[in-house]
Write a protein that binds this ligand. Structure first.
Ligand SMILES: NC(=O)c1ccc[n+]([C@@H]2O[C@H](COP(=O)([O-])OP(=O)(O)OC[C@H]3O[C@@H](n4cnc5c(N)ncnc54)[C@H](OP(=O)(O)O)[C@@H]3O)[C@@H](O)[C@H]2O)c1
Length: 270
């Protein structure tokens, strides 16, 4: 590589963010590893991996962090978590927080980075969405809505930024064995009460989803896909990663909404 390209990734203390930081650094990229907890990156810190404190819910903090980054060639919006709640039980705070991180966090980073990319007439933005950005599931309405929004952001920005030579892509992972189920699923207390109106649904679905995440694909698969998108100018707008996404997304495209829903109901016993 002639000149080392600079990457900013959000949410790098674990999972796909961390795996991508390590993988891209090995390929010679300079990675600014955005995180709320820089101390968790001490073991991977190097000339090519530079941990940087980043709170994606705070625009001023983002602007301050960007002062330390001379140039951003690639932005990877990866940070996110999953709220597990029925719609009737959710609190105002929980529902706002889900969008504040998964949607407004992405938009804040884009807002801060786009002017830099526009001035250099060059840039790539990769949003880590989910296959649940195209497929709904009960108890995951807020996570679904946030990831559907990320898909919309990707589609709109592709038009908005095309003239400035800024490419925008999304990756829709299926289930991946990261810290997601262990640390980053937030359960609504009422939905998960033993005598909840939704107790049957919770006991049917929640353990299965957790199990599927914990036995999911390896985060390195997403890291490799990200490298491919960076290096191939004609990469598709969006791609699926992992077994479950590769199974369900094509099925969703082929079947009617109702037939697809029947398949999902049968699969998850809903
Ligand atoms: N694992 C899956 O099955 C799966 C499937 C589809 C999509 N995804 C998506 O993939 C992305 C990466 O997740 P992962 O699987 O690698 O999970 P992970 O290991 O839990 O990593 C998620 C990262 O997001 C950041 N984060 C979590 N909660 C946050 C909050 N409240 N505010 C700000 N940042 C927060 C954290 O970064 P810091 O602590 O460094 O700030 C965390 O390391 C997420 O957007 C997730 O929605 C995951």
């Amino acid at each position: 590589m002639k000149h080392k390209k600079t990457v900013l990734i959000t949410g790098t203390s674990s999972g796909m963010g961390r795996a991508t930081a390590v993988y891209l650094a090995k390929q010679g990229y300079v990675v600014y590893a955005g995180t709320r907890t820089p101390h968790k990156l001490f073991d991977i810190q190097s000339e090519n991996i530079r941990p940087i404190h980043l709170d994606i819910t705070d625009f001023q903090n983002i602007e301050k962090a960007l002062l330390y980054i001379p140039k951003i060639d690639i932005l990877i919006n990866n940070a996110g978590y999953g709220l597990v709640s029925t719609v009737e039980d959710v609190t105002e705070e929980e529902m706002f927080a889900q969008f504040n991180v998964n949607v407004f966090g992405v938009l804040r980073l884009c807002k801060a980075v786009i002017p830099k990319m526009r001035h250099q007439n060059d840039g790539i933005i990769i949003n880590i969405s989910s296959f649940l950005g195209k497929i709904g599931l009960p108890l995951l309405t807020f996570y679904n809505a946030s990831k559907y929004a990320v898909e919309g952001i990707t589609d709109s920005l592709r038009y908005e930024l095309k003239d400035f030579n800024i490419r925008v892509h999304s990756i829709m992972p299926g289930f991946f064995d990261t810290n997601f189920a262990k640390d980053n699923l937030v359960m609504n207390a009422k939905t998960f009460e033993e005598d909840s109106t939704y107790a049957t649904l919770v006991s049917t679905l929640a353990p299965t989803i957790v199990e599927q995440i914990n036995s999911g694909n390896d985060a390195s698969e997403v890291a490799q896909m990200i490298l491919e998108i960076i290096e191939k100018e004609d990469s598709p707008a969006r791609q699926t990663a992992g077994d479950k996404a590769k199974k369900f997304i094509p099925m969703k495209k082929e079947l009617s909404d109702e037939d697809f829903e029947r398949r999902v109901r049968a699969y998850y016993h809903l």
